[in-house]
Ligand binder design. Structure first.
Ligand code: TPP
Ligand code: MG
Length: 333
């Protein structure tokens, strides 16, 4: 964990954040199309959650660490990962850091301290508190951010992580993207109280923010990151947002979700809000979108040309010494 801050990293920059929000919106809709065409395996869209992802990621320093869920596609991008690296993962090619061994989109970007996403929801919160405690023991300035959804907030792992973090004053920020749904279960059926009220019970500072306003998210997250870095303790941020699309490419939300609710959420689309704040004209906005689509098309073309790993390589780099039964299977292959 290095401690050299990137100069100017903490300055707010709505035009830059808007370009990143557009990029990830376009990336998500392109990924759905690729899955429908049978070119990638699976995708979990982030439409509607761009302000929460981008605003929060801008509050971190490059030497900070992130333990995310499967729906924070913008976070590695904001931390400097090129678009093609996300597609290398989705195409499960030999340039994918996981070499096709993680369910897409469960990235791992060690180069920007973005830790491999785990399939069981919630355990990233425990991992984050462990890493934050390590930073505390070492006496460095690292802050750890963990992301999870409203449904995941009900997991025992998240409660355990919060209890320990508050007690230890670990330098961690719990960032919940409350997008209204956990697959087909609405947030109202997850919790008898607004999620943020749980903070008081364990001794965390709790803040609820408008998760569709990138600047508001950035300001609140920056305050929480500064607080953690100063040793004052962890914060639980609940960003109120909405999952405009399906849970995943295997889901059809029209089976359980009311069209009127979706229409209300579309009126509060974070891209619409940021665009209005910036006062962009149609042509200025279209130029930003066209640039995003161009970057994505180039990345897709590049990633799709890279070969996929061979089955025989499945366990390479996994074991220091491969167990005998896997060695036998490899020989069979
Ligand atoms: C421990 C565990 N239980 C169940 C699942 C199946 N599952 C995957 S995503 C998901 C919903 C999570 O909802 P939420 O935390 O609100 O995140 P969102 O998908 O809305 O971003 C569930 C139940 C899982 N991956 N892990
Ligand atoms: Mg959710």
């Amino acid at each position: 964990m290095s401690v050299s801050p990137r100069p100017g990293a903490a300055l707010s920059n709505l035009p830059e954040m808007y370009r990143e929000m557009v990029l990830v919106r376009e990336l998500s809709s392109r990924a759905v199309a690729l899955q429908r065409q049978g070119r990638i395996g699976s995708w979990l869209g982030s439409e509607g959650q761009e302000a929460a992802m981008v605003g929060s990621a801008h509050a971190l320093e490059p030497f900070d660490w992130v333990f995310a869920s499967y729906r924070e596609h913008a976070v590695p991008l904001v931390r400097g990962v090129p678009v093609v690296a996300l597609f290398n993962h989705l195409f499960a090619n030999v340039d994918d850091n996981a070499r096709g061994r993680n369910l897409p989109p469960e990235y791992t970007f060690r180069e920007v301290n973005f830790v491999s996403v785990s399939a069981p929801v919630g355990n990233q919160a425990l991992q984050a508190v462990g890493a934050a405690t390590a930073a505390q023991i070492r006496g460095d300035r690292t802050v750890v951010m963990t992301y999870f959804g409203d449904g995941t907030a009900s997991q025992g792992d998240v409660h355990t992580a919060m209890v320990f973090a508050a007690q230890l004053k670990a330098p961690v920020v719990f960032f919940c993207q409350n997008n209204g749904w956990a697959i087909s279960v609405p947030t109202a059926r997850q919790s008898a109280v607004p999620l943020v009220e749980r903070a008081a019970a364990v001794g965390l500072k709790g803040i609820q923010v408008d998760g569709n306003d990138a600047q508001e998210v950035l300001d609140a997250t920056r305050a929480a990151v500064d607080r953690a870095r100063s040793g004052a303790g962890p914060t639980f941020i609940v960003a109120m947002t909405y999952r405009l699309g399906a849970h995943s490419t295997s889901d059809d939300p029209s089976k359980y979700r009311d069209a009127a609710e979706l229409a209300r959420a579309e009126a509060r689309d974070p891209l619409r809000i940021a665009r209005a704040q910036l006062g962009l004209s149609d042509s200025e906005d279209e130029a930003i979108r066209a640039e995003a689509r161009r970057a994505i098309a180039e990345a897709v073309a590049q990633a799709e040309r890279v070969p996929r790993p061979q089955a025989i390589e499945l366990c390479d780099g996994v074991y220091a010494e491969m167990p005998w039964h896997l060695r036998l299977e490899q020989q069979e292959l």
